[in-house]
Design a protein around this ligand. Structure first.
Ligand SMILES: Cc1cc2nc3c(=O)[nH]c(=O)nc-3n(C[C@H](O)[C@H](O)[C@H](O)COP(=O)(O)O)c2cc1C
Length: 450
């Protein structure tokens, strides 16, 4: 086989804030890394597509650069590369710089796959999701010239000619789009293949999901891992209801402010504070649970929160997306009845989990100086609030620019964090008003706050 690698690298890297081909990945630029990976897999010819006026690529990459006009899409870049392919080339490996951490073994596996009878498109698969680089026979690749077809059209047109190779490398399915992706890549280059800390930086709440189910074995694994969080005095005062039934999820959604993502996600977890088991343990030994205790309420609530956060992180680590649902406290008694909760159990928050269908702009966080203090609470709160406002405005600008706003509506770029918080939690707080009955509802569910 005589393949050529095509590296689409004509974008402005707006979300990254830098030219992605020239990102420093462990002392080598992304384009150098891609070219080296191709060479290690015996693909010596590499064509990089660059926008006119882009910075030159390092000569050490040894790639042929092809120019396209700025503002074009991926398909335009690929067509430009297709037109310069030498006559003897019989396969094209499309290898975006986003996937620069993919290793040569994946490329070798793809070339072996393309040699199989009937295979015209070879894709790597990470945890069931196809990614890049993707290898095409020359004839299949040439189809991008036909009436505006995209690479995705070429892949989907004839499923029978597409073959996949599973890989353990998450970078086949992960983009290098944003600064946090770069941070994750750099972490990976420094040791752990996908570090926990890098994963935490990549957190975003996802509110749209593909219909793919989350298998029961995966749910069991995630919840089992999550409950290994620390637990106050070893009381393990939590319970999780995994709601998969569509009608039951619709009912939960109705009780949680009608949030669409609860209906859309394949599973909705109700993360509960659970003193029922503790009450039973007391009963077994002739004592009575001090259910009126504020301390016990707090312990159970903190326990549930720790489990919930662990669950979200575990789900994210396995390529899923999640969103916590505090609106589970809108109608706590009805929700408890719907879920068959026994006395002394309430839903602290819910959580939607599934394969994400959205790509939300990360919210960012207020300056660290407002959160991390050294030896004593030492923040300049005014400066922290200014910083928090700026983070919020930056998010709003990006959300408007990249996604036409948030939830289908433009976001006000003028409003900072302080103004929003003052509106939500100040004198006329509708949030606080909506939860005014919570104390009494919790009491009826078996929690005293004394
Ligand atoms: C306890 C808790 C309850 C939440 N409740 C909701 C909710 O009901 N609906 C929702 O869409 N997001 C909910 N969220 C998600 C927050 O809005 C989100 O975490 C926050 O805006 C920061 O965005 P990020 O998670 O994408 O960084 C909740 C988060 C937490 C921690």
């Amino acid at each position: 086989m005589r393949p050529v690698a095509i590296v689409p690298a004509a974008g402005l890297g707006e979300r990254m804030g830098a030219d992605k081909a020239l990102l420093d990945l462990g002392g080598r630029t992304a384009i150098e890394r891609v070219a080296a990976t191709c060479r290690a897999a015996s693909i010596d010819r590499v064509v990089a597509v660059r926008r006119a006026g882009a910075a030159p690529l390092p000569s050490s990459a040894g790639v042929q650069a092809v120019e396209v006009a700025g503002g074009g899409d991926m398909a335009a870049s690929l067509r430009a590369a297709h037109r310069v392919l030498p006559a003897d080339v019989d396969a094209a490996l499309v290898f975006p710089v986003d996937h620069a951490l993919v290793e040569a073994d994946t490329v070798l596996a793809l070339t072996a796959l393309l040699r199989r009878p009937g295979c015209a498109v070879a894709l790597p698969l990470f945890r069931g999701r196809p990614g890049h680089p993707a290898l095409f026979t020359r004839a299949a690749f040439a189809e991008i010239e036909a009436d505006g077809a995209t690479l995705r059209d070429v892949v989907r047109r004839e499923p029978a000619r597409v073959q996949v190779v599973p890989t353990a490398n998450p970078w086949v399915a992960a983009d290098l789009d944003r600064p946090e992706d770069l941070r994750a890549a750099v972490c990976a280059l420094h040791g752990e293949p996908w570090s926990t800390v890098a994963q935490m930086f990549r957190h975003r709440s996802h509110r749209s999901y593909r219909p793919d189910p989350v298998p029961a074995v995966q749910i069991e694994r995630l919840v089992d891992a999550a409950r290994h969080a620390s637990t106050s005095s070893y009381i393990q005062a939590y319970a999780v209801i995994a709601v998969r039934d569509a009608a039951a999820r619709a009912e939960c959604a109705r009780l949680c402010g009608g949030q669409r993502h609860i209906v859309e996600a394949p599973v909705f977890f109700a993360v509960c504070a659970d003193l029922h088991k503790l009450a039973a343990a007391c009963g077994r030994h002739g004592t009575t649970l001090q259910a009126q205790s504020l301390e016990l309420f707090l312990q159970a609530t903190v326990d549930a929160a720790l489990l919930g956060q662990n669950l979200q992180l575990a789900a994210e680590a396995e390529g899923l997306g999640a969103c916590m649902i505090g609106a589970a406290r809108n109608h706590p008694i009805e929700l408890a009845a719907r879920l068959g909760l026994p006395p002394h159990v309430y839903v602290v928050f819910g959580m939607t989990v599934g394969v994400p269908a959205d790509d939300p702009v990360p919210r960012g966080r207020m300056p660290l100086a407002g959160v991390l203090h050294w030896d004593r609470y030492d923040a300049d709160v005014g400066a922290v609030l200014d910083g928090a406002d700026e983070v919020m405005r930056t998010w709003a600008r990006r959300a408007n620019l990249e996604q036409g706003g948030y939830n289908g509506r433009p976001v006000s770029e003028g409003k900072g964090w302080t103004e929003r918080m003052a509106a939500a939690w100040g004198a006329d707080s509708s949030y606080a008003a909506a939860r005014r009955t919570l104390r009494e509802e919790l009491r009826r569910l078996g929690f005293g706050l004394e």
